[in-house]
Structure formats: C-alpha cells, structure tokens
Unconditional design. Structure first.
Length: 254
C-alpha cells in the first residue's frame, strides 16, 4: 500500500492506495510552516480513524506545489517508512509526453491529473481542477499534454471581491436558485458561482475549437462538486483523480 500526497496551495489531499484502489482518503489544510514531526502526528491521527498504521505503508508518493512542505513530507516519509519517497518531477516516469514550451513550469498536480484522466477517459481529454486557482489542462488525441489555462479560483475571486467592495458582505458559496438575483445575497452567489461555471464552459468551448471537436471533460478539486453541476460541458466529477494519478505514477516507477 502507498500513501499518496497531493500538496496544494490551500489544501493537501492524502490517500491510502492498494492494488484494489483507494482505501481511505483525507483532505487537510495546507500549512507551509509545519515540520515533518508535526505532519507525522497529524497523519497518525488520520490513520487511527481508519484503523491503519505506518507499517502498512510501503512508500510515500508526493505531488507538491509548495516547496517548503515538499521537503517536510520527504523527511517524514524517510523516517516513517525507511524508504525514499517518490516525488513527481524531472526524471520520474509518467508515460505522458509533454508538448509544453517549458515542462519545468508545469505544476506537478497538473501532470498527475492529466495522467489519471487519460487512463479513465482516453485522449483527448480536458481536466478542470477547482482549487485556489481553476486550471484547465488539455491532452490531445495523440496522448500528449499540451498545456491549458489558469484562472483565479472561486474562493480566491470571492475573497478579492469581499475585501475590495465595502458594501458587500461575504456570503455562503452555495449555488443560487436563479441567475437573476432578487437580493444582494442571491446576486453575489449568481455572479460568483454561475459566473465561474460560465468561465469554465467558455474556456472549454474555445479549447474544443482549437482541438477540432469536443472531448471528455472531468472536474476535480475541492470545489468541483459545487461548480460542476452548474456547467454544461463537464462530463464527470472525480474527487480522487489526483490520488489515482499518483498511484499510476508509482506503478510506472516500481
């Protein structure tokens, strides 16, 4: 069994994965100041909830966009398993050809998501990851990663709006009942959520035009379940997409 770790800017997703698939997964806040020891205590608590221990973990596989935490998780992995962790980056076998101008600029999570999406849906495919940023990643019909688009995430946009507009108070980011809001709360929800869904649909249609036709679109990330139902182009939501991609990378590097 492996412990797959996806360290994002806002949240970190962890999952225990065996040959049969994901047996447990958790989502925790990303705190760059944590030490390896503090992280190990937190993970031990999560393990306890599911009745597992470190002795069940063969190796740790890490995807990270937070360098300070990458090193802490590497130290944790060595201490807890006695095995060097597998960190997604240069030199790792992914099985995914990269057609990006500078591959070193691509976030590891974007590559991992693309690998999992191709495994499930084939190519071409588009991955929409809704987190701190909303990213769209594109794999063409040949199976090559082309690149994509990066936009501010829903909560990022909402935070900017509420901090800059003096007369607008923060509202729950729940789907509105209609697009024409009848009060300020409904109007803000319509603008933020319906607007974000429209952003995604608009970008997907433009990508389809560049690819020469429609293809599968899968959404993932902490906000996917909230936004995807408002989109007309998203075919599926997979909360475990990144974990599945990390499992595939592990198998390709054994």
């Amino acid at each position: 069994m492996i412990l797959a770790v996806d360290i994002g800017n806002t949240q970190t997703v962890l999952g225990l994965i065996s040959e049969e698939g994901t047996t447990a997964h958790w989502r925790i806040s990303t705190e760059p100041s944590l030490t390896a020891d503090e992280i190990r205590v937190r993970i031990a608590g999560l393990f306890l909830l599911d009745g597992v221990g470190w002795d069940a973990v063969e190796r740790v596989v890490i995807s990270s966009v937070v360098p300070a935490l990458t090193a802490a998780y590497e130290d944790l992995a060595r201490g807890a398993t006695g095995v060097e962790p597998l960190v997604v980056g240069p030199g790792i076998k992914t099985g995914l050809p990269i057609a990006y101008e500078n591959p070193h600029e691509i976030g590891a999570d974007r590559i991992v998501n693309a690998i999992a999406a191709v495994e499930r849906f084939g190519a071409p495919v588009i991955v929409v990851d809704l987190g701190t940023a909303t990213t769209l990643d594109v794999v063409d019909a040949s199976g090559a990663y082309l690149g994509g688009a990066i936009a501010p995430g829903l909560e990022t946009s909402a935070g900017a709006l509420f901090s800059r507009a003096a007369r607008l108070s923060a509202v729950d980011l729940e789907p509105p009942v209609r697009t024409i809001g009848r009060n300020t709360r409904e109007s803000v929800q319509a603008g933020l959520l319906m607007g974000h869904a429209a952003l995604i649909d608009g970008l997907v249609h433009r990508i389809w035009d560049e690819l020469g036709g429609p293809c599968a679109v899968v959404a993932t990330g902490g906000l996917a379940a909230r936004i995807a139902p408002l989109c007309t182009t998203v075919d599926a939501v997979d909360d475990d997409l990144t974990l599945k991609g990390l499992a595939l990378i592990w198998k390709r590097n054994v």
